[in-house]
Design a protein around this ligand. Sequence first.
Ligand code: IMP
Length: 236
Amino acid sequence: MKTNDFETKSTIFVRLFILLSCRKKCRVQYPDVQKKQHMKQRIVFATNNAHKLQEVRQILGAEYDVVGLDQIGCNEDIPETSDTISGNALQKARYIRQHYHTDCMADDTGLFVDALDGEPGVYSARYAGEGHDAAANRCKLLRNMAGKTNRSASFRTVIALIQDDREQLFEGRVDGVITSEEHGDHGFGYDSIFQPVGYDRTFAELTAEEKNAISHRGLAVRQLALHLLKNTNERQ
Ligand code: IMP
């Protein structure tokens, strides 16, 4: 072999070596770059309840951009006509998907009281009648529970997720008792008359972090978060 030939061949070899090791490095680094680009996932949550949005944002963390209905310009009343909480959650999520063409989630919650045969259940929001507020609902529930010795109840949440036209349900439940009077002023809805099992304080006396750690919605949202995380990892 001539010296020139040898030099040309070794130069080609060195270049090839640099190119290959560079590709290897890129392959190692590329998934991390992709991960960073996908870090903030936008999810429309079919609610305008600031408390709920805050709770869900806190649980899902900074990787998710949880957007409320007003942020997508949805001001209409979304129908909730099912007689189950899972039916209502699905109905709301399908409405957003159909009208706003976006991946979304919707929830429905009920407070199920054993001594009242599961009331107010799916009708928890309008227990005291249409147009009444949470204080009126709590008042009615305490009145109906007067003299009842069995005060067991459970909060149940179903979250419906529609992502790429696939529907999925996530459920969370927390057991507790209905107190005989209101205690605490955090939270919302029935929080001040619901005392979770293992606690001597109502939901309205717990901090937001304490409530999120054990609440019906907290459990359902964490299941949703695990699913989203798994999905994201599979797509990468
Ligand atoms: P929604 O399905 O989330 O609108 O809830 C139905 C009813 O249950 C409403 O009256 C809410 O105020 C009440 N509710 C939902 N979640 C909670 C909660 O975490 N604490 C107390 N009340 C709740």
